[in-house]
Design a protein around this ligand. Structure first.
Ligand SMILES: Cc1cc2nc3c(=O)[nH]c(=O)nc-3n(C[C@H](O)[C@H](O)[C@H](O)COP(=O)(O)OP(=O)(O)OC[C@H]3O[C@@H](n4cnc5c(N)ncnc54)[C@H](O)[C@@H]3O)c2cc1C
Length: 483
């Protein structure tokens, strides 16, 4: 049984950003994640937008943390090297009625001190974003908005936290918590036990169940599902900025998003889901999303669709983030209800939780020898032929291309496996292999062979994302001729 100062339950953006922030102090920290890899919860299935800070008032915690988090992305990218681009956001209005709402957003943006936010007429909107429909009547421009690759962001946060001593345990579902001698004794489903003075409940959609395990507050996390549709990187719809409609109710609406890696994404929908694990997409929503997206950007075409996915926002009564110490039990801090803009706010959530821990009595002493950045992660698709040649001389696996759509080499896949990503999805999110037009049709089998070779796992042991259900049976490469 191991003793920790802090145990964090859940390795999505909330848990990972908290681990990253706390890893700079003389603390023993455990990051406990029930999935086979980090970021496999809501944090892998979202729009990847660093929001501009004009949707929520500063009276809400999410509004305040969104503004702060937004400002922190350049520094984080500099340290961690994940894909991020501050491309800006436009909100497009198509009637005078919608312009009234845009003026309210502009006023809120000004009150929130959003830098260089602009109220625009039709000409300015079309100049800023030529992909917009000529029917646009005006809108809003927030140059501080951006796009980020959410999974690479979570991987990078946990990697640096790991280099600074945070211990990560995957396939570790916490099912029991008992208070003993001023410590929490946490047991996972396989019987492993961890002792911690403080526990952070960063369990996303399951934060209500985790709270119950501790005998803490009774609240309900309601999944609000969002379906997203990804278009090929050749799509003519790729805008230069994130295109938002005028928001309605609880949703920011269907957006047209220029992902940081060059594909176009349209979505998300917003519907209450019965089942937290429901990740389906429907034909009806597909039709609706495309029609709404096309109204703003006419070049959006169903023919460019390469895949669809969905994620559910962990919404809570009151619709704000619930980040506070439990009032019922000692040593537990909830980070619950982290729906949008949770990704944007996450760097600030890490700092907020650190400050709450300090108020609760945790002594924070900064380490003197902190690792401050990750080594660069070479990717063959962004190298010059000369650079590729140099790497090839070191290891020919650098020029053996496994994923042709996204140009991912064998060396990059081996690097991901050696860093602990041994499921097909783990490798996909780490390297982008399988994310392109053919969606892994060509490379999945080759990746399976590399995983088997590198880890000694049998075909039955290799899974898509770590749950039961293998991809292959028998011997990989059985029918291949021996050289
Ligand atoms: C469709 C959609 C689009 C979105 N778009 C944006 C956007 O563009 N910008 C933005 O800022 N935000 C966006 N969001 C919101 C953002 O994705 C979330 O706020 C954020 O990912 C929540 O992160 P989290 O770490 O709190 O939860 P999660 O990522 O779900 O992490 C919680 C983790 O806890 C683990 N866990 C659960 N129970 C246990 C247990 N008992 N033991 C151990 N581990 C456990 C889970 O496996 C999971 O990995 C979007 C959300 C959705 C659904």
């Amino acid at each position: 049984m191991e003793n920790y100062d802090v145990a964090i339950i859940g390795a999505g953006v909330t848990g990972a950003a908290t681990a990253y922030t706390l890893s700079r102090y003389e603390l023993r920290i455990a990051l406990l994640e029930k999935a086979a890899d980090v970021g496999f919860g809501v944090s892998k299935a979202n729009s990847g937008i660093v929001h501009g800070g004009f949707h929520y008032p500063l009276t809400t915690l999410k509004g305040r943390l969104e503004i702060l988090g937004n400002l922190m992305f350049e520094k984080l990218q500099y340290e961690l090297g994940f894909p991020f681009r501050r491309c800006g956001i436009v909100v497009a209005a198509f009637s005078e009625e919608e312009m009234k709402e845009v003026r309210k957003l502009y006023k809120r943006g000004r009150e929130n001190h959003v830098p260089r936010i602009e109220l625009c007429d039709r000409e300015r909107m079309l100049h800023l974003e030529p992909k917009l429909s000529p029917e646009v009547v005006g809108g809003l421009y927030a140059p501080n908005g951006g796009v980020v690759e959410p999974y690479r962001y979570v991987f990078a946060l946990t990697e640096l936290a790991g280099l600074n001593g945070v211990e990560l345990f995957t396939r570790c579902e916490i099912v029991r918590a008992v208070r003993k001698n001023d410590l929490w004794e946490l047991s996972d489903a396989s019987g492993r036990v961890f002792r911690a003075k403080y526990v952070i409940n960063a369990a996303g959609l399951y934060a209500d169940e985790v709270s119950r395990i501790f005998g803490a507050e009774e609240f309900k996390i309601v999944p609000r599902k969002g379906e997203e549709f990804l278009l090929d990187r050749n799509s003519k719809a790729y805008p230069s900025k994130v295109v938002f409609p005028v928001p309605t109710g609880h949703s920011k609406g269907v957006l047209v998003i220029p992902t940081v890696e060059g594909t176009t994404m349209v979505g998300p929908t917003a519907e209450i889901a019965e089942d937290k694990q429901d990740t389906s997409t429907t034909r009806a929503n597909f039709k609706q999303v495309f029609s709404l997206a096309r109204k703003m950007v006419p070049a959006v075409s169903e023919r460019d669709l390469i895949t669809s996915f969905s994620g559910s926002r962990p919404s809570i009564k009151g619709e704000d983030f619930l980040i506070e110490p439990s009032k019922k039990v000692p040593g537990l801090i909830h980070a619950a209800g982290i729906q949008s803009p949770g990704l944007t706010a996450s760097p600030a959530i890490g700092g907020y939780i650190r400050d709450l821990l300090k108020e609760q009595g945790l002594v924070l002493r900064e380490k003197t020898n902190v690792v401050r950045s990750l080594p660069p992660m070479p990717a063959i698709r962004s190298m010059s032929p000369e650079e590729a040649d140099l790497l090839h001389k070191d290891d020919p696996a650098w020029t053996r291309i496994v994923c042709r759509c996204e140009s991912v080499s064998e060396a990059e896949i081996v690097d991901a496996i050696r860093k602990g990503h041994t499921t097909l999805d783990g490798i996909k999110f780490y390297t982008r292999a399988g994310m392109g037009r053919c969606q892994g049709g060509f490379c999945s089998y080759r990746i399976l062979k590399i995983i088997a070779r590198e880890t000694g796992m049998t075909p039955e042991e290799i899974t898509k994302r770590g749950r039961t259900g293998t991809i292959l049976r028998g011997h990989i490469g059985m029918r291949e001729k021996k050289k």
